[in-house]
Design a protein around this ligand. Structure first.
Ligand code: DGJ
Length: 383
């Protein structure tokens, strides 16, 4: 009997181990488990390769309709194969201190971490909204750590570039803009048109520009950039970070004005920059967009919807929204598109849609796969 029990225990332990080892990405599965068998909780995420280990940072959501509020912080997971993720805990903790901007119950979204080679610091940037203020504050927050998994020390949350004009909407154009704004008032222009002409840039000039959905991009030469949905989400702003990555420089540009892009995700291939983003429909999915540029500051050329598939897939981006594009280490031209399938009624249930990026006629292309592995890149996914 004792031997029988022992055998049973060994068998169930073996089954458990087998269950926890993943050998593929499974976008068809709504629940992705970590190495402990728990649903991975890292939404709106970004990934940093540090040595030979990938670190996945993301929003830690909680159950219930209030679960999009940051009650816990930014979670981090590690992996050496991209399939099996170990929970490394909470990298940036929300603070109990009610006088802090980072207090429990504020909104922390789309955290991204890059490593600064000179300072040796890991630098996290995230979209931050203040507690009880909805999405009005439109701030970007920063935090740093000496170890990749943290703990991250919170620095501050700010509007961006106060008192500084975008390089492509310089001071001398303000007079003309003033005229346009008078006209806009007469013609009662909508948000999109106001976005196109730069009205919100002018409105927020003193206080600083809004920053909502955001990402970071660290270029080959170590220069890093902040790309964010600004001006009432009508226009993206691309700013160069300071050398220590802790602040933005004055060098920033308005990109795709009035095009209403959210969820920007960037990658670089053959010296050109590509962006996949979404439209503006809150938590509901919409058709993705793609664009290419020779400089992150633009001009960006529209490449259309990257999704190939059924009407439902192209209209909803497989019921998901972009968050990051990961270059696979050691495999040139291998990029993974990371997206979130939001579940606003119970945000903790949000699912992860990871797909290989393919290229067709110079355009990034996404196709649904129930299950796939890194072997797809060996065969080449497109030109
Ligand atoms: C869509 C954004 O991409 C998300 O990160 C989040 O801000 C929601 N909107 C809020 O409605």
């Amino acid at each position: 009997m004792t031997n029988y029990l022992l055998l049973l225990c060994t068998l169930s332990a073996l089954t458990l181990t087998a269950q926890q080892t993943h050998t593929a990405f499974t976008p068809a599965d709504e629940v992705w488990t970590d190495t402990d068998g728990n649903h991975i909780n890292a939404h709106g995420g970004g990934i940093l390769l540090d040595g030979d280990t990938y670190y996945w940072f993301g929003e830690h959501k909680v159950a219930g309709s209030g679960g999009n509020k940051a009650m816990v912080g930014v979670g981090v997971y590690s992996s050496t194969d991209l399939y099996n993720w170990k929970n490394e805990g909470i990298a940036l903790k929300m603070l109990e201190d009610t006088s802090s901007m980072l207090q429990v119950g504020s909104v922390v979204e789309r955290p991204k971490v890059i490593y600064n080679d000179s300072s040796g610091k890991y630098v996290m940037w995230f979209h931050h909204e203040l507690k009880g203020q909805g999405y009005k504050a439109a701030l970007v927050g920063t935090a740093t750590a000496d170890r990749v998994t943290g703990p991250y020390t919170y620095h501050t949350s700010v509007r961006i570039n106060p008192g500084v004009h975008p390089r492509n909407l310089p001071h001398w154009r303000l007079r003309a803009l003033g005229v346009l704004l008078d006209q806009a008032e007469e013609e009662k222009l909508g948000h999109k048109e106001l976005g196109e002409i730069g009205a919100f840039s002018l409105r927020d000039h003193e206080r600083g520009q809004m920053s909502r959905d955001m990402t970071l991009f660290k270029d080959d030469d170590g220069t890093a950039y902040h790309i964010t949905s600004s001006e009432e989400n009508q226009t993206l702003l691309v700013s160069r970070l300071s050398d220590d990555y802790l602040t933005l420089t004055d060098e920033y540009y308005r990109v795709l004005p009035g095009e209403r892009n959210e969820a920007p995700a960037i990658f670089k291939q053959d010296g050109r920059y590509y962006m996949i983003s979404s439209g503006l429909t809150g938590w509901a999915p919409n058709p993705a967009r793609s664009a290419v540029a020779d400089s992150l500051f633009g001009p960006w050329t529209d490449l259309g919807n990257p999704v190939r598939g059924s009407e439902e897939e192209t209209e909803t981006t497989f019921h998901s929204q972009s968050t990051y594009i990961l270059p696979v280490a050691g495999q040139p031209d291998a990029f993974i598109f990371l997206a979130d399938r939001w579940k606003p009624k119970n945000p903790i249930d949000g699912a992860y849609i990871w797909l290989p990026l393919e290229f067709e006629e110079g355009k990034p292309v996404l196709r649904w796969r129930d299950r796939w592995d890194l072997g797809v890149f060996a065969g080449g996914v497109g030109e």
